[in-house]
Structures are given as C-alpha cells and as structure tokens.
Design a protein around this ligand. Structure first.
Ligand SMILES: [Zn+2]
Ligand SMILES: [Zn+2]
Length: 404
C-alpha cells in the first residue's frame, strides 16, 4: 500500500491526470475496503462517525475504527448512526467484538445496540467486550450503563438467545477509573491503551492513548482544553481531537440559542482556535479534528489555522488514515450503500438446549396454517439442498400438510 502522502486541506477523493478517453485512471486517493492487507507495524483508522448528537444522513455521531497490523480491531466510540458506516466496510462480525467508550453521551455510544444485535444476527460467535470509564458515583459509570442496557433490551436478548445462542448476546463490561492519569487499562496482543481524564459536562469522560508497534495514537473523546491532554498527548504520531464549529454557526444553522451556543462550542467542547493551540503545543505528526458539521469545515479550518499550521485533517465520515513510522496517508473509503455482511471463518455456537421458549402456547396457536403451508414447496427444495431433513421444524406443527 503506497500512495502519495498528503495532509490535505480539504477532503480529496480524486486526483492525478487522465490521459485519454479510455484509459486506466491514476490514483484516486480512495480506499476500497477488504482489498488491502496491513503491514504488521501499520494501523488503519477509519472515521465511521464525525458529526453531532443530532446526526444526519451525511454524518453519523462519533466513531473511529482502529485496525492494527496484527489483526486486532477496536472500535473507539460508537455514536448514533455509525453502524451503517462500519457495516459498509464489510468486516466479518466476529472481528468487531471490542468497543472502547470515551464517555456515556449517546453520540458516543448510541449505536452499541446496533452492533450488539446486528452483529449477533450477522454471525458473531462470541460476546461483546466493552470498556469505559467509571463516574463520580456507580450510577454514572459504564458498568451501570451496560447493566441497564441489558435490562432495556431484555426482550431482544431473550428472543434472540432462544433462536440463535445466548453467547453472542452477552456483554462483558470492563470499567476503569476515569481519574486514572495515563494508567494502562488494556494490554493485549501488542496493543496498550491508557486513559487520561477529560473535561466535559461532568465527571467520567476520558481520552485514550494507544500504543502499538512503536506508534503513539491518541483518541480524544469530548473535552475542552485540558492539562492532561497537553501533558500526555505530546509528540504523538496521530491525534484525534474534537473541534466544534463557531458559536455563530450553531445559532445560524442549528437553531441554538446564543446563550447555549457560546458555551457548547467553547466551555464544554473545543473550538477551532482552541483545537489549534492544543495541537501547536503537543506537536503531533498528524492532527485530526472531528465533531463538527461538514458544512462548517471551511470556516473551522480557517479558525484552526489561526493557531496551528501543522499537518491536519478535518474528518468526514469514511475518511481513512494509514499510519506507519514512515508516513501517514489520508484517503476516503469507497464502499457500497448496500454492502452485505461477510461471513468469517468461525461458526456461532448452537442454540442452548433446554432453554425455555419465550413464546406461549396461546400465541403459537394463532399460527394460520394456509399461510405456513403455502411455503412448503420452497422449503422442501431448501431442505433438500442443505440436508435439513433431520432439522425440519414443520412436522410438530398442528397445521402441517406436506406438499404432495
Ligand atoms: Zn459528550
Ligand atoms: Zn459528543
């Protein structure tokens, strides 16, 4: 994988020069998911959500997928709407089992339900593992949120657990101390992750520092400028940090009252000039701003450039970076809107024997025979093709009339 390195000032997906009406195009600065093997010491980061809580079709809420050269994949934040972008990458569900949440605002974990249930139906053979910070009190922490998540989605869990298997529907929660300063909470397969506190809306939010193959990568959750980020984000190879549009943009395009707009951008988030001075101070090899409307990016870039002149991307959904010690390449992922799930090598565990059915006889007796029997010819063909004779579910039904 080698294309020209550029630290673009605008999203670029096309380039080079076409030399005739019927020739192969030069590099288009795009990434086609599933077509490139990472080098062992390489990391690919895909922006699967870069927008606001009130997410739009053009921009999901916060989500960044990190793919490491040794096969590890970790989703950092999984904001509302982001699973559509993740699924468009056509990665088998069994490789999307780890999520790290920077804080418990829904624009940073609102699509956990989609990964949980969607990955379950798409073949994930194991439980999901989710890491996230504690809060000032237990009811403000990640473990509490995930416990409540399982209660909220109990009907979903019980019905899928019976039909498929309960194993992929379980969530293993790992809560770490939000007050920890640069302490390791994850150390597996060559990936080491530390957390530092962030300043945003209440106690709990963190930013994350990721080390892999001699690279230092930083994923900032929501935060206003803070001393921990300055101290521990310094000299990183790749730094993702939020950056909000101007208060004027929020009042004119988002309908926010001025009193909220100038605090949202600039008290509990980070505006362009503030982002810029943070980056000038910590001096990363490459800086990425996210968490603002694409429509504001031109203005945002100008405001960042008043305080920072280093390498910079303003992230759009589906922007991709390949990171090695030698270079950092920014491209756009090109994937189909109607991508199908792709199977991986591992089968799901079978349904649990003896698990009680979540459906009563009262409901079962409402099955209307002619509707079911109308499918018999199709199902007989399917059964023959896939050797399902021993698993035929129809003979025990009182309405069953085999096709002649
Ligand atoms: Zn937030
Ligand atoms: Zn946010």
């Amino acid at each position: 994988m080698l294309v020209m390195m550029f630290t673009s000032s605008l999203v670029l997906a096309a380039g080079g020069k076409i030399t005739g009406p019927n020739v192969v195009a030069p590099d288009r600065y795009v990434y086609y998911p599933g077509t490139e093997v990472l080098e062992e010491d390489e990391v690919r980061v895909v922006a699967c959500g870069t927008g606001m809580p009130d997410h739009r079709r053009a921009q999901a809420s916060a989500c960044f997928l990190f793919e490491f050269g040794n096969g590890e994949k970790i989703i950092f934040d999984i904001g509302s709407g982001s699973m559509r972008n993740i699924n468009s990458l056509m990665i088998p569900a069994e490789y999307l089992t780890k999520v790290i949440i920077s804080h418990l605002h829904t624009d940073h974990f609102g699509d956990l339900a989609s990964l949980w249930a969607g990955g379950w139906t798409a073949g994930r053979p194991v439980s999901l593992e989710v890491w996230g910070p504690s809060g000032q009190t237990p009811d403000m922490g990640t473990a509490y949120a995930l416990d409540a998540f399982m209660k909220l989605y109990n009907w979903d869990f019980q019905t899928r657990a019976y039909k498929i298997s309960p194993v992929p529907g379980q969530i293993i929660a790992h809560e770490f101390d939000y007050r920890a300063i640069n302490e390791v909470f994850y150390d597996k397969n060559g990936v080491v992750i530390r957390s530092i506190p962030a300043i945003h809306a209440g106690d709990g939010p963190v930013s994350l520092i990721i080390e892999y193959a001699g690279l230092k990568l930083v994923f900032g959750g929501d935060t206003s400028p803070n001393k921990w980020f300055i101290e521990h984000g310094r000299n990183a190879d790749f730094v993702i940090h939020e950056s909000f549009a101007s208060p004027e943009f929020f009042t004119s395009m988002y309908g926010q009252p001025a009193q909220l707009a100038w605090r949202a951008c600039c008290e509990f988030h980070t505006s362009g000039p503030a982002f810029g001075i943070v980056m000038s101070e910590i001096n990363p090899r490459h800086a990425v701003a996210y968490h603002s409307f694409v429509d504001s990016h031109t203005e945002l870039r100008e405001s960042i450039r008043t305080t920072y002149d280093g390498p910079l991307s303003i992230a759009n959904d589906m922007m991709v970076w390949n990171i090695t010690k030698d270079e950092i390449v920014e491209r756009m992922a090109v994937s189909p809107d109607r991508a199908f799930g792709v199977a991986g090598p591992t089968s799901q565990p079978p349904p649990e024997r003896g698990r009680p059915s979540p459906m009563s006889d009262f409901i079962k007796k409402g099955e209307w025979g002619p509707g079911f029997n109308a499918q018999n010819e199709m199902l007989d063909d399917f059964s023959e093709k896939h050797n399902l004779e021993k698993e035929d579910w129809r003979p025990e039904k009182q309405w069953y009339k085999p096709a002649q």
